[in-house]
Write a new protein. Structure first.
Length: 138
């Protein structure tokens, strides 16, 4: 491989022709690390489908109070920890609900700081810097 003129970008040695596009991905998250396999994806998708039927498609994207997200997540964790594999309401695995609840929590934290109803006013730092999520979406 040859080193690209752009830091952090490597190109194959045989890519000196115009048949290969360049990508400048330095300091960008490697989303391929999020691929956990088809069984996880299918289980998660089934929970999202159930949520769309119960509430509305994409309902979670509006954001939810952080403590409500934690409550839902904790209920599924507690049930699974106590030996219950399937959620009695949905009939789907608690572990798949846990994945979805965690993503909803993360979305609310990052996208809707106005829903952060945790009692602490000390929200902490990320990578040594004060962390402030994005401004609420309009």
């Amino acid at each position: 491989m040859n080193k690209s003129p752009h830091p952090g970008q490597w190109i194959p040695a045989d890519s000196k022709d115009s048949n290969r596009g360049l990508r400048y991905n330095q300091n960008k998250p490697k989303l391929s690390y999020c691929n956990f396999g088809l069984s996880v994806t299918i289980g998660e998708a089934r929970v999202w489908e159930r949520g769309a039927e119960k509430y509305a498609p994409g309902n979670w994207t509006k954001g939810m109070p952080i403590l409500e997200c934690i409550d839902s997540l904790q209920r599924h964790i507690d049930a699974f920890q106590n030996g219950e594999n399937l959620d009695p309401e949905s009939g789907l695995p608690h572990v798949d609900h846990i994945v979805c609840c965690a993503k909803i929590l993360s979305n609310s934290f990052h996208e809707r700081p106005d829903f952060d109803d945790r009692p602490s006013t000390n929200k902490g730092t990320v990578d040594g810097e004060d962390y402030l999520p994005r401004e609420p979406m309009s």
